[in-house]
Design a protein around this ligand. Structure first.
Ligand SMILES: Nc1ncnc2c1ncn2[C@@H]1O[C@H](COP(=O)(O)OP(=O)(O)OP(=O)(O)O)[C@@H](O)[C@H]1O
Ligand SMILES: [Mg+2]
Length: 217
């Protein structure tokens, strides 16, 4: 199993979130402060989808029923509206809220007006969490309904504590300076997937005995 899959974040503490305002907001939501329409924005691999998928679980304390939509150029609006109709019908009474996760909202090229008219008929018991690379590419009427959370850049320094935690669990105990130096080679991409590639490289080189003894603690 790849390190990326093995160490998928299971709670907020596993999440690398350099922006403390975002971390506080996610914490507050997990503890009952609710924003009904939230859009996570940032470049590829900054953890938007991961955070979005975690939120319903953290808010409810178990994995709740969730409508999951994925944006694409010719998004099927009537199919989405059909899926949303299940929200009122299935009596999801055990849940505090009902959830719609809309990944890649900015990839939709056709109008979502009909979908949002439907959404607006729901009361504040529905929480919509969207993710997007480019907020400005989202249809204006839709965009204006969302509170925006910018995931920004994930630097090598931001990722270092999580990297050391993972390497430690793999029984690889290296100095921060060495691990940081390796992570920095991927920093310009600010992509968590690339940092995980570095961890796999480190693990492979460790297993092959290629890392100098002076780099170990
Ligand atoms: N905060 C995190 N800490 C550690 N690993 C993470 C974190 N967030 C995401 N990952 C891992 O990095 C990978 C990419 O994360 P994710 O898919 O959430 O990024 P994204 O921002 O939605 O990217 P994209 O814009 O390409 O959809 C996932 O495999 C996930 O398990
Ligand atoms: Mg994503």
């Amino acid at each position: 199993m790849s390190l990326l899959n093995k160490y998928k974040p299971q709670n907020l503490n596993d999440l690398v979130i350099p922006n403390t305002a975002i971390k506080d907001l996610l914490d507050d939501m997990a503890n009952g402060y609710i924003i009904n329409k939230l859009c996570f924005v940032g470049t590829n691999g900054t953890g938007k989808s991961t955070a979005a998928h975690l939120m319903p679980i953290l808010i409810e304390g178990f994995p709740p029923n969730t409508v999951h939509l994925v944006g694409e150029e010719k998004f099927d609006v009537s199919n989405a509206i059909n899926q949303l109709s299940t929200i009122n019908n299935f009596g999801w009474a055990a849940q505090k809220y009902q959830y719609v996760l809309f990944d890649e909202l900015d990839k939709v090229k056709n109008s979502l007006a009909a979908l949002w008219q439907t959404m607006d008929t729901f009361n504040d018991k529905v929480i919509v969490i969207a993710t997007a690379n480019d907020f400005m590419k989202i249809e204006k009427a839709v965009r204006s309904r969302f509170q925006l959370l910018d995931f920004g850049l994930i630097t090598a320094d931001d990722f270092l504590p999580r990297a050391q935690q993972i390497l430690g669990q793999e029984n690889i105990k290296l100095k921060d300076s060495y691990v940081l130096g390796q992570l920095q080679t991927k920093q310009s991409l600010s992509d968590m997937r690339k940092y995980f590639d570095t961890l796999s490289d480190i693990q492979r080189n460790h297993n092959a005995g290629r890392i100098q003894q002076t780099h170990y603690v």
